[in-house]
Every structure is written in structure tokens, then in C-alpha cells.
Design a protein around this ligand. Structure first.
Ligand code: SDX
Length: 436
């Protein structure tokens, strides 16, 4: 690409450095977004870009999920999240996100069969569970056990990326993340582990493994199953969020799928990311216990003494469409269960106050997916420390799809960002006796 002659065919951005004008190609996405391609910037100018938190930087071109943050749009492979929430299931969306299209009936049956075939973890994994203290956070267990589980399938993991092996790996990971999560919960409560049943569908089996007892199966309320399945579906992918970017970073070195997913679990755990759903409930509970109607907390958030967890988003500068769907699902589920949750009332009061307050309006801070998701999980009976694990189970298809996208792109390069060095300039070793 020349640094002065205009290539009139494609649009360009012009950059002037030290009196020299450089032209950088502008790439256009299928939804009209534009990106300045800086892949030759350093070679041409000797400069790099600097973008703390990558707020303005595209790390890849992806065909999986589209978000328009200004309009509050979210689509999986082009299908609006609202339509999928109303008509689809988590397993069907997992197939859509990973393989690119809604499955035919035959494809869906085969995918479900694969998930059932691979729902058991290797029996020797139980000894790993024994090694964790009962107080271990289930996200720590989940990340460890995902990586550990690959040790039991050397044949499946050998030889780099291969579409046939990938299909089994993906099914095993989606199915077993649920089993590992349930086993870690049972271990934390000193309860016997409950094995999955082939007759049960994905989310039914998770609730069965979480809450059944050896002599009594957990009663599967269809409303509860549907609500949890919806939570998983709404978390299934979300373009280049922190944990998915982590998965892609690990995948870019051509590490295996399990290692990449285990890294994604660690990134998701942080309270600014997937850990926010647990932090929201802790925040609401504290507000409730302090007898605050939310006013004090909002003021504390505005003076930056507290953070309104579940609010704000790097991309959404409008209402997170998932939050809108989950908020309605909260009302529906609590009504069907003929129960209420004082924390939901507090959450609604906080939202009402915040969306009419200039501090939040000016910063375009709206509820995100984590603001209401904890209410549903409480109603389903999921313990607080498992909330982010539920997020990880939901996000697994998105991580797997992004892994596949990297592996099937022969031009994808290892992620290796540059830096702007601001440390010591050149100096030399001084023997300790001369250091004063
Ligand atoms: C998820 O990326 C994804 O897609 C993530 C996710 C997914 O599906 O993968 O959608 C899931 O992680 C949702 C986000 C969950 N996290 C939280 O709810 C934690 C609370 N939110 C914030 O910490 C924050 O909004 C982030 C982390 C979500 C976004 O951080 P940014 O984009 O770096 O924004 P920022 O921290 O620079 O904030 C900009 C301004 C600041 O004020 P000023 O310095 O301009 O005065 O907004 C303020 C912030 O202080 N602000 C908040 C706030 N969030 C931002 N003030 C009070 N409460 C908040 N929640």
C-alpha cells in the first residue's frame, strides 16, 4: 500500500506525521461499521497506536455476533437476540453460534446426542475434586477442571486442530462444563455427586445434578428450567468481550480448546466482567440490610465511593437488550412461582433512579446483562457463588465458536500487542557495595 498515491478504489484515512501523509485503508463490515486497517502502520511510520483497554481497537474480523451499542442491538449469526430468546433454546443457539446456522431437526438431534454421549467426566476426575477444599470458589475449580479434563483424552487432543476432533471436543466441553459445575457445588456442600441422566435435556440435567438426592430426584418445574435455559441462551456469546478476547489470545498461539476455555473462565471471574452478577446481588443485599431505599447508594456511586454493579458497558451506550429480556423473565418467573424478591424491588428502584439521573445519563450507563440475572438465579435456587459459573456455562459456545474461527482462518496471527515503554532509559549494573 503506497504512503502517498491515492488508491481511489477503496476509502482511506489520511494520517500526517512529521509532514508526511500516509493513507491507511478503511475496511467496512457487513453492518456498515468502518475500521482503519493499521496493519502496516509501524512498518510505514515507525509509530504504533495506544488504546488502553482496547476501547477503539478491533482485534479481529468475526462473523459470529453483531452488537450495535448505540442502538442496543445484539444478534447471533444475524438473528436478533429477542427472537432467539422467544423461540429458541440454549442448545439450539449453541449450535447456531458454533456452526453458523440454525440446525435442521436432524442436525439438532445429532448435536443433542453428542452432548448426551459426552456428559460424563472421566471417573478419575473425582479424585481432583477431592483435592479442593470445600471453600474453594467454583470458578477456580471450573478453570482447573476444564484444563485437567483434557488430560484424560490424549487421542482427542493430539495433532492440532481438526474439524472432526473439534466437533467432539466442543460437545464434550459444552456438556461437561455443566457436569463439572454441578459436581463442584455438590462437593462444596458435602453432598454426594449426582450423575447426569441421558433422558434429560441439557438444562434439566444441570438442575438434576445440582439438586437431586440419591433417593429423590429434583422436581423439574418447566418454568424454572425455561428461565435458566433463557439465562444460558442470553449469555451464549457477546463478540470480543474480555473473556472471549482471552480465549482468542490463547487460541492464537494454537493452544488446545480446553486450555483456551480454561483461560476464558479466569478472565470471566473478575467483578468488572462476569463476576458482576454475584457482585450485583451482594450490592442489593447490602442496600437491603442497610435499610437504604437506594438513594444513598446512588449518591455514593455518583461520588465514586461505590460502583453501581450491573450498570454500564464498554459497548452498550443504550439499554443492554439482554437486561430488558431478563428483567421481564424475572417478573414472569416470580409470578409463576407465586413469590417475590425484595432485591428485585430494590434493583428496579435503583434502575428508575439511575436512568433519570444526569450522572448516569451523561455517561450513558444503563443496566447490563448482570443487573437482573442474579434475581432469576436466586429464584431458581442457584447459590450466589455459582452465579458466575452459570455465566461461564452460558458463554462456552461463544468461546468455542471464537476458537474455531481462529483455527479455521489460516491467516490468523498470534496475538502479540506492542507497548509504549515508559520505564528507565539505559543504565548499567552497579555492584551491591556501591549502591549506597
Ligand atoms: C459484562 O464486554 C462485554 O460484552 C461484557 C459482557 C458480556 O456479555 O461479555 O456484556 C458482560 O461484563 C457486563 C459488565 C459487567 N460489569 C459491571 O456491571 C461492573 C460495573 N460496570 C463498570 O465497572 C463499567 O461500566 C464496565 C467495566 C462495564 C465498563 O467499563 P469502561 O467501559 O472501562 O468504562 P469506565 O470504567 O471508564 O467508566 C466510564 C465512566 C467513569 O466515570 P468518569 O471517569 O467519566 O467520571 O462511567 C463511570 C466511571 O466512573 N462508570 C460508573 C459505572 N460504570 C462506569 N459509575 C458508577 N457505576 C458504574 N457501574
Amino acid at each position: 500500500m503506497s504512503n502517498s498515491e491515492a488508491t481511489t478504489s477503496s476509502p482511506v484515512a489520511r494520517l500526517e506525521i512529521d509532514g508526511k501523509v500516509y493513507e491507511l485503508p478503511i475496511r467496512r463490515g457487513t453492518e456498515g461499521e468502518r475500521a482503519i486497517d493499521i496493519s502496516q502502520l509501524r512498518a510505514l511510520t515507525g509509530c504504533i497506536t495506544l488504546d488502553d483497554g482496547y476501547a477503539n481497537t478491533g482485534s479481529c474480523q468475526s462473523a459470529i455476533t453483531f452488537i450495535d451499542g448505540e442502538k442496543g442491538i445484539l444478534r447471533y449469526r444475524g438473528i436478533p437476540i429477542e427472537e432467539l430468546a422467544e423461540h429458541s433454546t440454549f442448545v439450539e443457539c449453541a449450535y447456531l453460534i458454533i456452526y453458523g446456522n440454525l440446525p435442521t431437526q436432524r442436525q439438532l438431534s445429532r448435536f443433542s446426542e453428542l452432548l448426551s454421549d459426552h456428559q460424563m467426566v472421566h471417573e478419575d476426575m473425582k479424585y481432583h475434586f477431592e483435592g479442593f477444599p470445600a471453600t474453594a470458589h467454583p470458578m477456580a475449580i471450573l478453570s482447573s477442571m476444564i484444563n485437567a479434563s483434557s488430560c484424560f483424552y490424549p487421542g482427542l487432543m493430539a495433532g492440532g486442530y481438526n474439524p472432526e476432533r473439534f466437533e467432539i471436543q466442543a460437545a464434550r466441553l459444552i456438556s461437561q462444563v455443566r457436569t463439572i459445575a454441578a459436581f463442584s457445588y455438590r462437593k462444596s456442600r458435602g453432598l454426594p455427586i449426582i450423575y447426569p441422566k441421558r433422558a434429560y435435556k441439557y438444562t434439566q440435567n444441570f438442575l438434576h445434578m445440582m439438586f437431586s438426592m440419591p433417593n429423590e430426584d429434583y422436581p423439574l418445574d418447566p418454568e424454572v428450567v425455561r428461565a435458566l435455559d433463557l439465562v444460558l441462551l442470553l449469555h451464549a456469546d457477546h463478540e470480543q468481550n474480555c473473556s472471549t478476547a482471552t480465549v482468542r489470545t490463547v487460541a492464537s498461539s494454537r493452544a488446545n480448546l480446553f486450555a483456551s476455555a480454561a483461560a476464558g473462565v479466569c478472565a470471566l471471574w473478575g467483578p468488572l466482567h462476569g463476576g458482576a452478577n454475584q457482585a450485583v446481588i451482594e450490592m442489593l443485599q447490602a442496600i437491603h440490610d442497610e435499610g437504604d431505599d437506594g438513594t444513598k447508594f446512588i449518591e455514593a456511586a455518583k461520588s465514586k465511593k461505590r460502583r453501581l454493579m450491573g450498570f454500564g458497558h464498554r459497548v452498550y451506550k443504550n439499554y443492554d437488550p439482554r437486561a430488558r429480556i431478563i428483567k421481564k423473565a424475572c417478573d414472569d418467573l416470580l409470578a409463576k412461582l407465586n413469590t417475590t424478591d425484595p432485591l428485585l424491588d430494590i434493583a428496579k428502584r435503583l434502575e428508575e433512579a439511575a436512568i433519570h439521573d444526569d450522572y448516569f445519563i451523561e455517561r450513558k450507563l444503563y443496566p447490563n446483562v448482570d443487573f437482573y440475572s442474579g434475581i432469576i438465579m436466586r429464584a431458581v435456587g442457584i447459590p450466589l457463588e455459582m452465579f458466575t459459573v452459570i455465566f461461564a456455562i452460558g458463554r462456552m459456545p461463544g468461546w468455542i465458536a471464537n476458537y474455531k474461527e481462529i483455527m479455521e482462518n489460516s491467516e490468523s496471527r498470534i496475538y502479540r500487542p506492542r507497548q509504549l515503554y515508559i520505564g528507565q532509559t539505559l543504565r548499567h549494573y552497579v555492584p551491591v557495595e556501591e549502591r549506597g
